[in-house]
Design a protein around this ligand. Sequence first.
Ligand code: SAM
Ligand code: DTB
Ligand code: SF4
Length: 323
Amino acid sequence: MNDHAIRHDWTLSEILALFERPLSDLLFEAQSVHRRHHRANEVQVSTLLSIKTGGCPEDCKYCPQSVHYETGVDAHALLPLDDVVSAAKKARDAGATRFCMGAAWRSPTNSQVRKVGEMVAAVKATGMETCVTLGMLTAEQADELADAGLDYYNHNLDTSPEYYAEIITSRVYQDRLDTLAHVRAAGINVCCGGIVGMGETRRDRAGLLRELANLAEHPESVPINNLVQVEGTPMHGTAPLDPLELVRCIAVARILMPKSVVRLSAGRTDLSAEAQALCFMAGAGSIFCGDQLLTTPNPAFDEDMAMFGDLGIKASTGKTAAA
Ligand code: SAM
Ligand code: DTB
Ligand code: SF4
């Protein structure tokens, strides 16, 4: 196998074999791949804002924003433009280079997409990169967001096709793949990953990574979320994932999709600094900073900058190094 090649034909058994390698061998290979395509010791920083919170009609079993579960989330309608721009400026001044806006929609209306397009243009004017996650999009809606200047669209496959129906019944895997195709066709960078720690098997984690790696083009950004357990959701009380399995997952994603930025996303409050250091060694090249994700807590900015200092990591733009 030529490990320099960008492949789109990974088999489940090849991926499982990577997971099963001795940890040091896996980390060594992942870090070697990382250094061929990305700058060592640099991690990009994004900040999240929930621009529309709660009341979502979907039934994703992990999500505090679903209308189906009692989670006490503080629901609100689409935020005014000025509030979004001031949050973006605050994140930029703290050191984030990308501003990610999330909305608890199944699929936005055209008028909602137009309003988010205005937010995208205004946030870009602050000098930040933009990412939004709004649920399923039509081809026309993706084009409109591209015209507004959107840099990334986040739309996760979440888990393996086999485990999907255990987690979500209000949509199917193909719905996600259709939106990803619209986003790709519109020329927007794709941000697509999943969640681990939802009671899935290693085979499911490998199956998710196979789906991502075998897309016609690898997503530019691959968020790996460690489930944030929220009381009231059906996933609350699930046995937590061994942090070393999260590390393995990041390393395997790094090897399968060498040019993508693998993101250590939600769930860092449950990880020690040592576990996060292993995630960076495994090739994680991006984190969310700021004390809130969408509705759940995240480590404080200063705490993360202190961790970067301890590990000798520089906050960067995340742009891929010339390979
Ligand atoms: N409603 C849109 C959608 O689902 O595509 C956009 C917002 S949704 C909150 C964005 C992503 O957040 C989900 O796809 C899921 O991967 C992630 N997410 C939601 N709740 C989470 C949790 N409790 N832990 C980890 N990730 C979570
Ligand atoms: C992604 O993959 N992770 C972020 C972002 N995309 C939108 C969301 C994490 C949400 C965690 C639960 C919450 O704060 O509500
Ligand atoms: Fe709705 Fe997105 Fe939460 Fe699913 S993950 S319930 S689609 S906000």
